[in-house]
Ligand binder design. Structure first.
Ligand SMILES: [Zn+2]
Ligand SMILES: [Zn+2]
Length: 241
């Protein structure tokens, strides 16, 4: 939903720390000339401006919920600059959903001048420049979604459950970025913060960043409760690998 929520409800309680203000989750990976974005939500345009993203080789989409895809229309400027479609790699279900909900971007209904995307189902490891990208199948309630392992980094959002085969893919990574909705109570489709901590520790991943927290989760007091190697992420945070 972003924090604070629409209408600014409970904003006053968050004002003491800018890190409590959270846009919808997205990540930008960059090395040399190569640039990949994970998810493009409703604030993608603003995030791309403040992060200074000038070029995008590919968009990885975790799942089709609007807080993760509603910004794809704003990729149009990158088509204009790069003079070619942007490849999008995601699940089979997200492809079907994006194609029907954004029908004016595809096929016979494609509107002149609209964003040019190529949708690809990601099944195996994909190689883009220095990035080796492996999908990590996960469950978000009943929805099949993807996290991604990119070299030694794992990025997973909106996760509730992971099969053993996915835990295996994550093993040995050095950094994990993982969603955690709130301290408690448990949520039917999202990991809680204690769940996420347990998962990171079970996998012995040495560095963890939590994302997708709701407005009840305060940055400083939460970090004080977390183990040293796991912290809440904040908007525009840079991680060097
Ligand atoms: Zn979701
Ligand atoms: Zn979400």
């Amino acid at each position: 939903m972003g924090v604070p929520v629409a209408g600014g409800f409970y904003k006053e309680e968050l004002l003491n720390d800018a890190r409590n203000f959270r846009n919808r989750c997205s990540a930008w990976l960059q090395e040399g000339e190569h640039s990949i974005v994970i998810d493009a939500g409703p604030e993608f345009r603003l995030q791309s401006i403040s992060a200074g993203i000038k070029h995008i080789d590919a968009l990885l989409v975790t799942h089709e919920h609007m807080d993760h895809v509603s910004g794809i229309d704003d990729l149009r400027m990158y088509n204009y600059i790069q003079k070619k479609p942007i490849p999008v790699y995601t699940t089979k279900g997200a492809i079907a959903s994006i194609s029907s909900r954004f029908d004016y971007l595809f096929g016979a209904k494609k509107y002149p001048g609209s964003t040019d995307l190529e949708l690809h189902e990601l099944q195996n490891t994909l190689y883009i420049g220095p990035f080796n990208i492996t999908p990590i199948p996960a469950k978000h309630g009943s929805l099949d979604i993807y996290g991604f392992r990119i070299n030694d980094l794992c990025y997973l959002t909106d996760v509730k459950e992971l099969p053993d085969s996915s835990l295996k893919i994550m093993k040995g990574s050095k950094v994990v970025i993982l969603s955690a909705l709130r301290w408690q109570p448990e949520h039917p489709t999202h990991l809680s913060i204690p769940d996420a901590v347990e998962l990171i520790n079970d996998l012995s991943i040495p560095e963890g960043y939590l994302i997708h927290m709701n407005g009840q989760v305060r940055h400083e007091e939460s970090n004080a409760r977390l183990p040293k190697h796991i912290k809440l992420a904040f908007d525009h945070q840079t991680i060097y690998l």
